[in-house]
Design a protein around this ligand. Structure first.
Ligand code: 13P
Length: 247
């Protein structure tokens, strides 16, 4: 299975710097074909210009969210079909920032994954425990519960990737130990057994303070099939170094 290096730009990037970043990555990808897949997920306002900047490159485009309905009276929302129409192949769903700030429940996330599937997008489902939950010894249970409640049954590996993103590791510079990551990723693989058609071929990404200097160690942990990168994905050289570690 080819690893996936995914950049989640979150609410960062105006036209000029976003396009420059995408072009920089496209130029690197043209010079140096990596053995992993590359994905950038810019804010919605930049999807069209970034799709254009990446048009002749191998780098895929993704959204950071979609609505559970295909269209209609949902002011301010974007449908999975619209993302597909804008050139996306992927969409990040259930990110902990959206769960916290927008109150997204597992049921809402499940509807969004169905919508993504209907539009032919591959969903990246984010799961992960808070620090309080980890300290209480609940990390594995939390992740299992999120998977069970957010995943529609019978998905193919092409329709889903899971990103393990411990909430306490996001934007903090802290990461779990390789042993802790291995434990959760193995557990996710086991849980996927009852939920998706081919769990062995479903990518499980790690996300949370992935940087050039820790990427090699994180990407060599068992059952880590790629990275979901926040802050470091906004700097071409850093994201590229992480992609190289994935490859
Ligand atoms: P950081 O890499 O900035 O910690 O963010 C991780 C993340 O939330 C990716 O979705």
């Amino acid at each position: 299975m080819r690893k996936l290096a995914a950049g989640n730009w979150k609410m960062n990037g105006l036209k000029a710097d976003g396009i420059a970043l995408a072009k920089d990555l496209a130029a690197r990808a043209a010079r140096d074909a990596l053995g992993c897949e590359l994905l950038v997920c810019p804010p919605a306002t930049l999807l069209a210009p970034i799709a254009e900047a990446l048009a002749s490159s191998s780098i895929a485009l993704g959204g950071q969210n979609c609505h559970g309905e295909p269209k209609g009276a949902h002011t301010g929302e974007i449908s999975a079909t619209m993302l597909k129409d804008a050139g996306c192949a992927y969409v990040i769903l259930g990110h902990s920032e959206r769960r916290a700030e927008q109150g997204e429940s597992d049921a809402v996330v499940c509807a969004k994954i169905e919508a993504a599937r209907g539009a032919g997008l591959s969903a990246i489902l984010c799961v992960g425990e808070t620090l309080a939950q980890r300290d209480a010894g609940q990390a594995l249970d939390v992740v299992a519960r999120q998977l069970e409640a957010s995943l529609p049954k019978g998905l193919d590996p092409s329709e889903i990737a899971v990103a393990y993103e411990p909430v306490w590791a996001i934007g903090t510079g802290r990461t779990p130990t390789p042993l802790q990551i291995a434990e959760v990723h193995a557990h996710i693989r086991t849980c996927l057994g009852g939920l998706v058609r081919d769990p062995g071929n479903t990518r499980i990404l790690y996300g949370g303070s992935v940087k050039p200097d820790n990427a090699q160690a994180l990407m060599s942990v068992a059952n880590v099939d790629g990275a979901l990168v926040g802050g470091a994905s906004l700097v071409a050289a850093d994201f590229w170094a992480i992609a190289k570690a994935c490859a």
